[in-house]
Design a protein around this ligand. Structure first.
Ligand SMILES: C[C@@](CO)(OP(=O)(O)O)[C@H](O)COP(=O)(O)OP(=O)(O)OC[C@H]1O[C@@H](n2ccc(N)nc2=O)[C@H](O)[C@@H]1O
Ligand SMILES: Nc1ncnc2c1ncn2[C@@H]1O[C@H](COP(=O)(O)OP(=O)(O)O)[C@@H](O)[C@H]1O
Length: 291
């Protein structure tokens, strides 16, 4: 049986870093949601091991690839002797703060669970996925959620109000490790208002969602990459109603209600940035099946 699985990108509507943990990770509190910019993973059963192909040269083609590692984990954990060819149709920019690698890993876990009839629940797939990366449990589940701890403690939320999401990825990638290393906890002065964002989502209040966007990593990444600030300012000038950097960056996203405005923002940005996308908010799992 061959299987194709959708692997959507995520954005962080809020991102707070609570403290550094003894294991080197940070305890986070974030509101995350999926957007309709997605990779597609084609899984084909083969005899023997794991083969990986990708339409993008920017990802590793060996066991450093998170999709490869997801397949290796499943094979090892469940003693599967069959092999799999993984073809990644890459659309999500790499090292962008959009969890492209984590989403590929999550999609591979979901797809192999089905292909090899393992009968694992979403929670069990998420627990497996945490060994691959902190964002993988959220990507397994999709939709909209509060993520706490390393990112694995998930509380599902109702989706944001429908809108356009304009994404602009500066030419450089960003290392998540380096951003967390550069973060000085004592320098965090303004934090996201989680209650405010939850209230906005609950009421489906687009303007309030825009007002409550906040990410404590934004200033850290901006200090090294001024292009992030530049793109944020431009996006707002061209008409985006709420603008924020996603995750550890450097992708900047803008929320826009009207299609005509979304395309005005895209056209305006194209003069400054090669990788610009206008996509719909996905946000809700039921109406946007990930399979
Ligand atoms: C910051 C976030 C926010 O959504 O997204 P991205 O910008 O990567 O998309 C995530 O927490 C990233 O998740 P992910 O990219 O899976 O991180 P991991 O591979 O687990 O960890 C990479 C490194 O980031 C740091 N890290 C990550 C997660 C966490 N809760 N605390 C940390 O300190 C650690 O230095 C770790 O070694
Ligand atoms: N399938 C994959 N897609 C993208 N990046 C991958 C993948 N597998 C491994 N990586 C590596 O993971 C790192 C982070 O990539 P990505 O998940 O795109 O970014 P981010 O964590 O910022 O959202 C990159 O250095 C990339 O080389």
């Amino acid at each position: 049986m061959d299987i194709s699985v959708k692997a959507p990108a995520k954005i962080n509507l809020t991102l707070d870093v609570l403290h550094k943990r003894p294991d080197g990770y940070h305890d986070l509190e974030m509101v995350m949601t999926t957007v309709d910019l997605a990779d597609r993973i084609d899984l084909t059963e083969i005899t023997g091991g794991i083969r990986l192909q990708s339409t993008s040269g920017f990802v590793p083609f060996d066991d450093r690839n998170l999709a490869y590692r997801a397949a290796a984990l499943i094979k090892e954990r469940f003693g599967i002797t069959k092999g799999v060819n993984i073809l990644i149709h890459k659309r999500i920019p790499v090292a962008a703060g959009l969890a492209g690698g984590s989403s590929d890993a999550a999609a591979t876990l979901r797809g192999l669970n089905k292909m090899w009839n393992l009968g694992l629940s979403t929670e069990e797939l998420g627990e497996l996925g945490l060994a691959l990366g902190s964002d993988v449990p959220f990507c397994v589940q999709g939709g909209t959620a509060i993520a706490r701890g390393r990112g694995e403690q998930l509380t599902p939320l109702s989706p944001p109000p429908p809108c356009w999401v304009v994404l602009a990825k500066p030419p450089h990638g960003v290392s998540t490790v380096e951003v967390f290393q550069a973060l000085k906890m004592e320098k965090i002065t303004t934090r996201p208002n989680l209650e405010g964002m939850l209230n906005a989502l609950d009421k489906k209040d687009f303007d309030q969602v825009c007002e409550q966007l906040a990410n404590v990593l934004e200033g850290v990444t901006m200090a090294t990459y001024p292009k992030v600030r530049f793109l944020k300012e431009r996006m707002a000038t061209f008409g985006a109603e709420g603008v924020l950097m996603s995750g550890s960056g450097p992708t900047v996203f803008g929320l826009v209600k009207k299609e005509s405005v979304a395309f005005r923002v895209v056209n305006g940005l194209r003069g400054f940035c090669r990788q610009v996308y206008a996509v719909r908010m996905l946000g809700g799992l039921k109406e946007n099946s990930l399979e």
